[in-house]
Design a protein around this ligand. Structure first.
Ligand SMILES: O=C(O)CCC(=O)C(=O)O
Ligand SMILES: [Fe+2]
Length: 346
């Protein structure tokens, strides 16, 4: 993660009163996994992290600084556009195609409706795997073309995002191997349902509004992610917290590392052995913050049945098989005010 290079110019402006001083100030409970180490030992570290809280950093991940920074730079330029221009590619406008790609405005999303008094103080852009509208695959919900800002408005935006997306795909498959090894499966033992992975890139911009957990105001409300794993890059502003051992603790940005976390479908797949941990964004810098999440998920038609390796007579399968696409649709509908299931799912 390019902690220094992508720091917001306003980040030095720490307000006098910061909300929520309480959470443990460091992230000692989050392991650092060195991807340059031999795969067998790396898999052991990954397995410990997955059993503990499902969050870990990865170092020596192979994504170049240029690819990472170009992506952040492109995202910043996009979010600087005025709201009306951004709304021209609103995610809600892609619904008729059965996809949900494009811009979501400030407060569109409330990831923790029970505890939030207003929507997340963030805006974002959903970018999925590009599928041509004439392609058979485009008939499936969540599959289709992206909505891009025009090249005149944000030169190089699409190229920067596609280069980053490709780098994320490579890293995600490397992590999938490690997860398989961590489960004592062959290295490609989890790959089957991922030929048509739903892989979504989401640059995010948090406004300078401070979060007040006691008033239900958050950068991003507490939630767990939906898929198998998330690869997160953030700028240097500390804001992400995870709930581990009953406490909210910061996962601090670390230079040269991505933050990885496991999602709900992996927890379900592993019969609750691997943890999908709730996390939230508490904005305390009073400045703009940028992060980019990459959500790596199985294919739409992939059936997720609890892995036999995670069951025993004492620990029978807790969940029936489920088609991933149906599960994902439900999750979006619960958290996005502008999302409606496509006709294909209604
Ligand atoms: O911005 C962050 O640090 C976290 C974002 C996040 O958790 C999400 O988009 O799912
Ligand atoms: Fe998340």
């Amino acid at each position: 993660m390019a902690a220094v290079a992508v720091q917001s110019p306003h980040s030095a402006a720490i307000p006098d009163r910061v909300p929520d001083l309480n959470p443990t100030a460091d992230s000692q409970r989050v392991r650092i996994v060195d991807l340059a180490a031999p795969e067998a030992s790396t898999a052991i570290e990954v397995s410990k992290a997955c059993l503990e809280n499902g969050f870990f950093y990865v170092r020596n991940h192979g994504v170049t600084q240029k690819v990472l920074e170009d992506q952040f730079e492109a995202g910043r330029k996009f979010f600087q556009l005025d709201s009306q221009t951004k709304m021209e590619i609103a995610a809600s406008k892609s619904k008729h195609l059965g996809v949900y790609r494009g811009y979501t405005g400030m407060a569109d999303e409330s990831l923790d409706r029970a505890n939030q008094t207003q929507g997340d103080t963030k805006e974002g852009l959903y970018i999925g795997r590009e599928v041509h509208p004439d392609d058979d695959e485009a008939q499936k919900p969540f599959h289709g073309p992206n909505q891009w800002p025009s090249e005149e408005l944000v030169p190089g935006f699409r190229a920067a995002m596609e280069a980053y997306q490709a780098a994320m795909m490579r890293l995600a498959f490397q992590l999938l191997r490690l997860l398989a090894l961590a489960l004592k499966l062959p290295p490609e033992g989890l790959h089957d349902g991922f030929d048509h992975a739903i892989a979504t890139l989401r640059p995010l911009h948090y406004g300078p509004e401070l979060s007040y957990p006691d008033k239900g105001i958050y950068g991003c409300g507490a939630h767990s992610d939906y898929g198998v794993l998330t690869i997160l890059a953030t700028d240097a502003n500390k804001a992400l917290q995870i709930n581990t051992a009953g406490e909210w603790v910061y996962v601090e940005p670390k230079p040269d590392c991505f933050i990885i976390n496991l999602g709900d479908i992996l927890q379900r797949w592993t019969n609750d052995l691997f943890k999908s941990t709730r996390h939230r964004v508490v904005s305390v810098c009073g400045c703009d913050r940028y992060s980019t999440a990459f959500f790596f998920e199985p294919g739409f038609d992939t059936m997720i049945s609890v892995l036999p390796q995670c069951c025993s007579p004492d620990r029978p399968a807790k969940y029936p098989p489920i088609k991933f696409g149906n599960y994902l649709t439900d999750k979006y509908a619960q958290t996005h005010s502008s999302f409606e299931p496509s006709p294909a799912l209604a």
